[in-house]
Design a protein around this ligand. Structure first.
Ligand code: MSP
Length: 653
């Protein structure tokens, strides 16, 4: 065993379906966990869901189910959080739900610990609250009067509440941030110190009484524990701290790293250390605040309607390609702009062209010239030494970068080697060597060196693309011992081990235009499918008095003529027989749903005593009655078409 490694992702709010932005952090943590396992570490990789709070209570009420039913569906149900992690090949060791009984009990005792040592006291909370973010803000923290994190409206809040003496820990936390490597990347330190600590760290409100979907404070049951105190503690309760469910606290705590998105760095680098200090517990070794995956320049969010569905992309391009794209393209500490075009470009260039071609060409030549089995022997040249030197350099750099969580730089290193190997093929020209029997030993070495580069590269990419690495090992016939971290060194003498096979390309090239169109259509479909099948406007709750209602004069009318109104996309012009002997003209904005010729001869219903109105310069005398509803977000309209047995002018009452 090569030490222990405890890594966590944030626990996700199961208030909506997760999107590719959420998957970003989890994929990164998964790659890190696999990298450490590869090196022989005893890894604990924790993820989970953060299930309490007002937002979830509100959403469950809207859906007409209990909060627990609501979260169960999003966490465990089809295409839920756990399904998504399965799809993305996330190898977590433990999954915590904050509604798990053991966590609930542990939170009550954690709250009591801080209360008993005098760090939690009762007071009155007055301030601003952002419901979607479950965050309290002081007036001075608001940006243009709105939540500084999400830009949405905040509400006034005042209630009896418990407070945590965060202010007491201000100096210690500042020291931790400024004088240690606790928070990374380093650029986030200034942001925390200047924006939150220097203006004066206020005590934190850590209980609420205005809603119930949370963990009750056991010694004052009207209060529920503030959701962030509940959520942050998951990192220790999931190891068995203050509970009997697990017994790994001593083994894994302190965590090696918490991966978190930049907007929740504040909670992890200020509040969480202060809570731990208050309880006298060791601090995590690192918090890494990664950037956001944006879409069209803005953070992905359901309310902005710009979320990218990982299911669609994984089905279309494969999970490994998606995992690779996220980690290779965007520097982990900065924001990145996700686009389908960039994804396809990366697949075509890095995966199909560079890696895929290298594997296909090498396997094809080994097959062609040696029947797939590369025997011992061969003839080395200076160029091979160069290739080996580069492989060793790349492996060393890769390691430094991975240890620093710089996935994109680490992968860039591997691609340096892959590109060099492709160039090595052009330089050594195996097809020319094959023509001359005397050069066969050289040809053998060239092909074995190529296999060796591919083998080393496959080990290095295996944390990010586990299935691809496996496919490559199989393609080259690499035995189990050649797939390990111990065997990562490039070995010029590795001989007689290769047993290659031809096969389908690892990453077929994608037709950009066609794929983009398909993705857009699939996204549109998915968006529609996610909306309620039928939505009907709620009934009026206010009475209308009978006499007023009776004043509305509804009549059967027969359509004599119907045509589009010139220059209007919406309006149809009806000439109607209303039984009076004089034609009635009504304009109706229903061109989206009907062709004029469909309606001629039909018997409809109109209200005839509305005051005349001019539309596009034409008079409209009344209004045709239709039924309206929404289907998968799309407005639907059906004219009331009644029996032709009803004579024109018949009164409806
Ligand atoms: N429940 C809290 C975390 C509690 S941890 C003790 C929470 N949940 S969340 O579901 O809203 O967000 C979880 C993580 O997803 C955050 O780290 C957030 O930054 C990340 N992301 C959400 N959208 C994202 C992108 N578009 N891009 C990258 N990460 C994003 O916060």
């Amino acid at each position: 065993m090569n030490g222990r490694f405890y890594i966590t992702t944030p626990i996700y709010y199961p208030s909506d379906r997760l999107h590719i932005g959420h998957a970003y952090c989890t994929v990164a943590a998964d790659a890190m966990a696999r990298y450490k396992r590869l090196q022989g570490c005893d890894v604990m990789f924790l993820t989970g869901t953060d299930e309490h709070g007002m937002k979830i209570e509100d959403k469950a009420r809207e859906a007409g189910i209990t909060p627990k039913q609501f979260v169960d569906n999003i966490v465990e149900g089809p295409r839920g959080v756990k399904d998504l992690w399965k799809l993305m090949n996330i190898s977590y060791d433990r999954f915590i739900r904050t509604t798990d009984e053991y966590h609930v009990k542990a939170i009550q005792s954690i709250f009591r610990r801080m209360y008993d040592n005098g760090d939690i006291y009762k007071g009155t909370y007055r301030g601003k609250y952002c419901k979607p973010c479950e965050s309290f803000w002081t007036e001075s923290q608001l940006v243009d009067g709105k939540c500084p994190d999400c830009g949405r409206e905040v509400v006034d809040a005042e209630e009896e509440a418990y407070f945590f003496r965060l202010s007491k820990y201000a100096d210690k936390v500042q020291d931790l941030l400024e004088n240690t490597d606790f928070l990374q990347p380093r650029s986030r330190v200034n942001e925390m110190v200047n924006n939150f600590i220097k203006p004066g760290l206020e005590d934190l409100c850590v209980s609420r009484t205005s809603f119930t979907w949370g963990i009750p404070v056991d010694f004052d049951p009207g209060h529920v524990v503030y959701v962030w105190v509940d959520a942050l503690s998951n990192y220790i309760t999931a190891l068995g701290f203050d509970n009997d469910q697990y017994d790994d606290y001593d083994k894994y705590w302190p965590a090696d790293v918490h991966f978190v998105g930049k907007e929740i760095v504040r909670f992890h680098s200020i509040i969480w250390p202060a809570m731990l200090m208050s309880m006298g517990l060791p601090l995590p070794k690192k918090v890494y605040g990664h950037g956001w995956l944006n879409f069209g320049g803005e953070k992905m969010s359901k309310s902005r309607g710009n979320v990218v569905d990982p299911y669609i992309l994984a089905e279309k391009f494969g999970v490994d390609a998606l995992r690779f794209f996220m980690l290779r393209t965007f520097p982990f500490g900065s924001d990145g702009n996700f686009s389908n075009e960039a994804l396809i470009q990366t697949i075509n260039v890095d995966l199909a062209n560079d890696l895929g071609n290298l594997v296909s060409r090498t396997a094809a030549m080994a097959e062609k010239y040696f029947g797939g089995a590369l025997p011992a022997g061969g003839e080395l040249a200076d160029l091979d030494g160069e290739l080996k030197a580069l492989a060793d350099e790349v492996t060393a750099n890769y390691r430094t970068q991975m240890d620093d969580f710089q996935f994109s730089v680490a992968l860039n290193e591997v691609w340096r080697l892959i590109s060099r190997a492709n160039k090595y093929i052009d330089e050594t020209m195996p097809w020319a060597l094959a023509k001359d029997e005397a050069k066969k030993p050289r040809l053998l070495s060239v092909l074995k060196n190529l296999c060796e580069v591919i083998r080393v590269s496959a080990i290095l990419i295996s944390p990010v693309m586990p299935d691809t690495a496996e496919a490559i090992f199989q393609r080259l016939g690499v035995p189990a011992e050649g797939r390990t971290w111990d065997a990562v060194g490039f070995d010029l003498e590795r001989s007689g081990r290769w047993n290659t096979a031809n096969g389908a390309p690892l990453f077929p090239r994608i037709d950009m235009d066609a794929a983009i169109k398909e993705l857009e259509a699939a996204a549109e479909e998915a968006k529609k499918a996610a909306l309620p099948p039928i939505e009907i406007e709620p009934q009026a709750t206010e009475y209308v008095d009978f006499d007023t209602f009776c004043k509305s004069d509804f009549r059967a009318v027969k359509v004599k003529a119907c045509e589009h109104v010139k220059k209007s996309e919406k309006l149809l012009r009806f000439t109607l027989d209303d039984g009076t002997g004089t034609d009635r003209q009504i304009l109706s904005g229903i061109a989206k749903w009907y062709q004029p010729e469909q309606l001629v001869g039909k018997t409809l219903v109109a209200i005839v005593n509305l005051p005349p109105r001019k539309m596009m310069g034409l008079d409209s005398n009344g209004m045709l009655i239709s039924a309206v509803h929404t289907e998968h977000g799309e407005e639907k309209l059906n004219l009331l078409i009644v029996s032709d047995d009803i004579p024109a002018g018949a009164k409806l009452c």
